[in-house]
Design a protein around this ligand. Sequence first.
Ligand code: BG6
Length: 505
Amino acid sequence: MSMRTTERVLHTRTSDSCTIVIFGATGDLTRRKLVPALYNLRREGLLHNNITILGFARRDWSDDYFRTLLFDEGNKHSRVTMAESMWHEFAQRISYIRSTFEDVEGYQALAQQLDDIDTHSGTAGNRLFYLATPPESYEDIIRNLGAAGLANSAQGGWTRIIVEKPFGHDLASALHLNNVLHEVFDERQIYRIDHYLGKETVQNLLVLRFANGIFEPLWNRRYIDHVQITVAEQIGVEGRGGYYEQAGAIRDMVQNHMMQLLSLTAMEPPVGGASADAVRDEKVKVLRAVRPIPAHEVNRHTVRGRYTAGPGTAPAYLNETGVQPDSTTETYVAMRFEIESWRWAGVPFFLRTGKRMPVRASEISVTFRSAPLMLFQDGPMSRSAPNELSIRIQPNEGVALRFNSKVPGQANDIRPVTMNFNYVDAFGGESPEAYERLLLDAMIGDSTLFTRSDEVETSWSLINPIIEGWQMLNSPIHEYVGGSWGPDASHEFIGASGRSWRRLS
Ligand code: BG6
């Protein structure tokens, strides 16, 4: 066996046998993400042969209709074409239960069906419930699962529940949802999903920081000037205006995905290995060290924006379907956080995210302090730039380091150059989708890449006062032309600290 193959065997993880029950299985998430992810896991031999999938939803669908729709729609979204022959075999273990989420009898029927499956299909009493419904139904489903005796498997197998985002609308509702979950399930059974944690590049953040000796000694206030975290999307709200009106960029992107990126960038090395709790303890600790932005100071620390019509036919946010004419929802937000710890005191973390930006580009960039003395006085030093480490989350996933270099020639010209690593060149383009990783982890019982209750609560406790401040102060929403890099106010905002947003392409 070659070294390469040995490594693969050692690191390959396969799921336990189980039944996956998807609540809200008729929705987009199931056909676009969940079923293609499960199919791809099966294709790669990572899914136990006995895995059985039950869709649970209101619509009056038959098993056959459900399977056909999953195949047709799934194929449009799967990263690899779903082959009919493999699908045929896979689909034998997919079926559909029709019930409303409030109807107690639906859960009794589910319990009966789960017992039958365990008896006949070798699923060993293991159950994975997936809440893929609108959040309004979470409470009913959780309580009804509890009432039907489904929070623990009678057969001695495991029972876990995956909760999709959004996890709460504010701090109070997140606390309430955690309470409801804890009335029925134990925290170690609960898997709160944030698909950013399933992205390869996001996981690589920890490897970059903690599997290398050269970065960590520099990863602090002595060497780092500031950090920028950008999640730029080229798309607008894509028909989700109704949902987005209630969310805005801060709830949709900052409270979850961006706070995850922030905590992974700033956390301390986990103590005692990379166990789920060791990693999450450190993530919570650093979030607790973030200085909350007081409501009355929001206008100093945040900027909100909203896109107007851009070039082409892209509509203004206010003309998107489902958006109120007098909407006060932001589609762009920029903010500055400070972390009050010995490592980070005085290092600003700038975050920005927006819809209808010129490109899709997400990255974390760390700007280092400049060299303390400039030796090369007789050259055009103005062209030198601070060192910068940028971790490209997507697309063109990779890591780049900028440093200054002498331009070949007789003069002492200096110019910044970049050393680049990119995933496709190094490893080929075959990264699993985030949902593949996360579903497999949940079936294996590894909750490292899922959000713990205290993490979600701490994150909300930082976001809540910002939202309250915006309402209290009636904070302005600055318009930006769709397809531009956000409102002028956001450039002035970062400019006031003597820095500027990185130009991304
Ligand atoms: C979702 C948001 O959580 O993340 C969407 O609800 C957003 O509005 C999406 O478009 C971005 O995810 P990704 O993986 O495309 O960066």
